[in-house]
Design a binder for this molecule. Structure first.
Ligand code: NAD
Length: 481
């Protein structure tokens, strides 16, 4: 069933059934490109959450006992359905999140591959046998940790949920996932692929609700064995503390404020093109988005000129419209935050070279913005911008630039541009980040780990490391005689 806007009716998925919340309470879903209400998201009550917890406990027993070949086959079947449905999922994503249709469809296709990769990788989650005394078998086993509670945001409506779901299910865990209330239909479309592929009831449960109520309820439940969160640093700290109170491990994928260090020997034009392309991807609403551009003073003019050209070439518009390369911000909160950051920088003396305003149209649009003369104490240099703002700051001495790059409590992504192998190694050693890209602004890939240091969180998603949080290590020593 869809509305006039082509947006589907959204349901939760609990114990193998699509359902409304017990009370029928909903929140509106808004298209950020038009500000129109396009649908409604059901909100779970504590009783709904209890049903999801019971289902996850039962689902875990079924799933862990399912032969791995069967589990892998079911996950591949879900991935194949998602690949077939990628265009429909992409359209839903654009309606509720705003990103250009090609990006949205690409995201849906990519996460189908993420699922395949993790499903296959879990087949190699080997333990080991350790040389020991005669008659004793000393081994290390890796078991699924148990039911997982996961919380994911709205910037990658398919990528966020799939990272958690693919790791949990591949490891043999069940999951209760609360996806964003702002992008619920993409998450439901993903879950439908698993349901239609025949995943046993209770293995995968999807809920929506008041975020603080849902997380407090799920984290406190003895059923839940792992808490996995992607989102802002303050909420991550809150959920990590709540998990600690009940001695549960957590996986925290939090925000960043990625420095881009353009060294004196780099090509400023190439660096500017690559950095600008990454900056305006998803309207800057990416935890690894480059967001502080530290450029050697000898290159800053050429870099800035090319960056402004690239910013002005961005076609901002409705993600469904042909030719759009950047959609609106995903919600009004982001628009207000971006307006506040630019106003603060300007009040402190920054110059706006391009952008700096919202276009005169409905929707949460904000023009790609380039700032120079930004003082170090401007909020945009300290607070994650999560929007299409690029502050460019010259430096004279590389060590000073590295000190600026590392001075914030964040440590997620960092970028460096240099033609020198020695300088590249210096950047690798010095930059405090869990993800480093040199001479390009690489995005995440399912075969390699992503994650942060410092306030940006702990644990890794992607690559073989992704399974670590979802498995527990058991030492078994067996006296045979
Ligand atoms: P927010 O801090 O209110 O929420 C971030 C996410 O956490 C949302 O999905 C929200 O539903 C969820 N959330 C909030 N309180 C929660 C709770 N008590 N329990 C469980 N989940 C909870 O911010 P926002 O306005 O949605 O996003 C703005 C900021 O969040 C950005 O500036 C950015 O720093 C950060 N963010 C980071 C990522 C990321 O990929 N790491 C994604 C989205 C947002």
């Amino acid at each position: 069933m869809t509305t006039d806007h082509g947006y589907p009716a959204v349901r939760m998925y609990i114990a193998g059934e699509w359902c409304q919340g017990e009370t029928g309470r909903t929140d509106p879903v808004v298209n950020p490109a038009t500000e129109e209400i396009i649908g409604a998201v059901p909100l779970a009550t504590p009783a709904d959450l209890d049903r999801a917890l019971t289902a996850a406990a039962e689902g875990f027993e079924v799933w862990r006992a399912t032969p791995i070949a069967r589990r892998t086959a079911l996950l591949h079947a879900a991935a194949d359905l998602l690949s077939e449905r990628a265009e429909d999922v992409g359209r839903i994503m654009t309606l509720e999140q705003g990103k250009p249709l090609a990006e949205a469809t690409g995201e849906a296709r990519r996460v189908a591959d993420t699922l395949r990769w993790h499903a296959d990788d879990a087949r190699r989650a080997y333990g080991r046998i350790i040389p020991s005394a005669p008659g004793t078998l000393l081994s290390v086993r890796r078991d699924p940790i148990g039911p997982v509670a996961a919380f994911v945001p709205w910037n990658f409506p398919a990528g966020g949920p799939m990272r958690k779901i693919s790791s949990a299910l591949s490891a043999g865990c069940s999951i209760v996932i609360k996806a964003s209330e702002e992008t619920p239909a993409t998450a439901a479309a993903l879950v439908a692929c698993f349901a239609d592929a025949g995943i046993p009831a209770g293995v995968l449960n999807l809920v929506f609700g008041e975020p603080a109520e849902v997380s407090a309820h799920l984290i406190a439940s003895p059923v839940i064995r792992l808490v996995a969160f992607t989102g802002s640093v303050p909420v991550g700290k809150l959920l990590a503390a709540k998990s600690g109170e009940v001695m549960k491990p957590s996986l925290m994928e939090l925000g960043g404020h990625a420095p881009v260090v353009v060294c004196a020997d780099a090509d400023p034009v190439k660096a500017a093109r690559k950095a600008a392309q990454a900056k305006f991807f998803n309207a800057g609403q990416v935890c690894t988005s480059p967001s502080r551009f530290l450029v050697h003073e000898s290159l800053v003019e050429a870099f800035t000129e090319e960056f402004v050209r690239a910013a002005e070439a961005v076609v901002t518009g409705d993600g469904l419209a042909e030719g759009t390369t950047m959609g609106p911000l995903a919600n009004e909160r982001r628009l207000k935050a971006v307006e506040r950051l630019v106003a603060d920088a300007v009040a402190r003396g920054a110059k706006v070279l391009t952008g700096g305003e919202r276009p005169d149209r409905a929707g949460y649009f904000y023009a790609p913005t380039v700032l120079t003369d930004v003082p170090a104490d401007a909020e945009v240099m300290r607070e994650e911008p999560f929007g299409p703002i690029a502050p460019i700051v010259p430096f004279g001495d590389l060590d000073e630039a590295l000190a600026v790059a590392n001075e914030l409590p964040y440590g997620l992504a960092a970028y460096g541009f240099t033609e020198s192998a020695a300088t590249a190694e210096k950047l690798v050693g010095a930059l405090e980040a869990g993800i480093l890209s040199l001479n390009h602004c690489g995005g995440s890939v399912h075969e390699a780990p992503s994650g942060g240091v410092k306030d940006s969180g702990y644990g890794r998603e992607g690559g073989p490391e992704a399974l670590e949080a979802y498995l527990v290590t058991k030492r078994v020593s067996h006296l045979l005689a």
